[in-house]
Write a protein that binds this ligand. Structure first.
Ligand SMILES: [Zn+2]
Ligand SMILES: [Zn+2]
Ligand SMILES: [Zn+2]
Length: 338
């Protein structure tokens, strides 16, 4: 008898149409992996050396205002720039390049240096959601911007340069790879079945419960069946909507609520301020409705078995297929248990 909880198998991700290798028996192997430095130093309310704290000078020379809720500014070291002329070259389809106009912004969640999504209060997080909506609409309305990617890198382990609670918004002319992959899968699913892949998936997970971690009236957090990172989660809206500007006021509160409760579970899992990359996937802003998109967020945390032991995507994963040791079901059970 094949044992799905112990025997090696592969699982299909219908959003990217890629496979992941699952090797649950490997959790028994002796571990000699890297031990990351544990960041235990308590942070102050205000750090005079932080370039995101209110009133402080930034590296680019500007000075932050004495802001009291969220604060948005253009990234001083932006990866994308607006207003450059359009250009493209193509040499035999082998050397292909395009100009990429865009705009990068930083959103401080709060003036308080030592907060995280997990310990912010409901009104504060609602402010953050409102700011995301405003930015999505404002940047998306620019004619050269066709996609607005909102994402947060949390923790030094994920390369976040500053513990001050903040996220980034990179808005670009082209639709990025991961979004395009999902868009093609959502369109193909709809063409074949005339339903929405993520509406169906959210319903299936709510009915089963095996991989659900958190739930409220408007959202459900699950460890996806096809998760790659050990404690990867996806926050999916229960109602079919394609972008955050379509959320009602009540649903904006619900998004703030589920993000707080999901990240608080992460923090409790290994009793550490949990590192992750998180981001919102939604419809492009290229002027078409894109009703095939279904609003969701991904959390990709690197931690594997403690506050200091992380997962690396190397070797077989770089050259062949991503692989995980614990099953999505056992990861969800552990997150539910804390
Ligand atoms: Zn700060
Ligand atoms: Zn849907
Ligand atoms: Zn996605």
């Amino acid at each position: 008898m094949f044992d799905w909880t112990k025997d090696p198998h592969r699982r299909f991700n219908p959003l990217t149409r890629e496979w992941v290798l699952v090797s649950p028996h490997r959790t028994d192997r002796p571990w000699q992996g890297q031990m990351e430095e544990e960041a235990v130093a308590a942070q102050p309310d205000y750090d005079p050396h932080c370039y995101l704290c209110p009133g402080n000078p930034r590296a680019g020379g500007a000075r932050n205002p004495a802001y009291s809720s969220t604060f948005v500014f253009d990234n001083d070291f932006a990866a994308l720039k607006p207003g450059r002329p359009h250009d493209r070259f193509d040499q035999d389809g082998l050397l292909l390049a395009e100009s990429e106009p865009g705009l990068c912004r930083v959103v401080c969640f709060s003036p308080r240096h030592n907060l995280t999504i997990a310990n912010m209060d409901a009104p504060g997080l609602r402010q953050v959601v409102d700011t995301w909506v405003d930015q999505y609409l404002e940047l998306g309305a620019r004619p050269e911007i066709n996609y607005v990617q909102i994402f947060e890198n949390r923790g030094a382990m994920m390369g976040a340069s500053n513990p001050h609670p903040h996220c980034q918004i990179w808005s670009s002319h082209s639709v990025p790879n991961e979004v395009l992959k999902e868009q093609e899968s959502l369109l193909a699913w709809r063409a074949r079945r005339d339903t929405c892949l993520l509406c169906e998936y959210a319903r299936l997970e709510q009915a089963g419960g095996e991989r659900t971690v958190e739930e409220n009236d408007a959202f459900v957090t699950v460890v996806p069946f096809w998760a790659v990172w050990p404690f990867e989660t996806m926050v999916v809206s229960k109602r079919h909507l394609s972008s955050i500007d379509q959320l009602t006021a009540v649903e904006r509160d619900a998004l703030a609520d589920i993000l707080q409760r999901t990240t608080a579970r992460y923090d409790r899992l290994f009793r550490v301020s949990f590192p992750y990359s998180m981001g919102i996937h939604q419809r492009p802003t290229d002027g078409t409705a894109h009703d095939e998109h279904h609003l969701h967020l991904h959390f990709y945390p690197p931690l594997l078995r403690s506050a200091t032991v992380r997962k690396f995507l190397v070797g077989y994963e770089m050259l062949a297929t991503p692989q995980r040791d614990i099953t999505a079901e056992s990861a969800a059970a552990r997150l539910r248990g804390v």
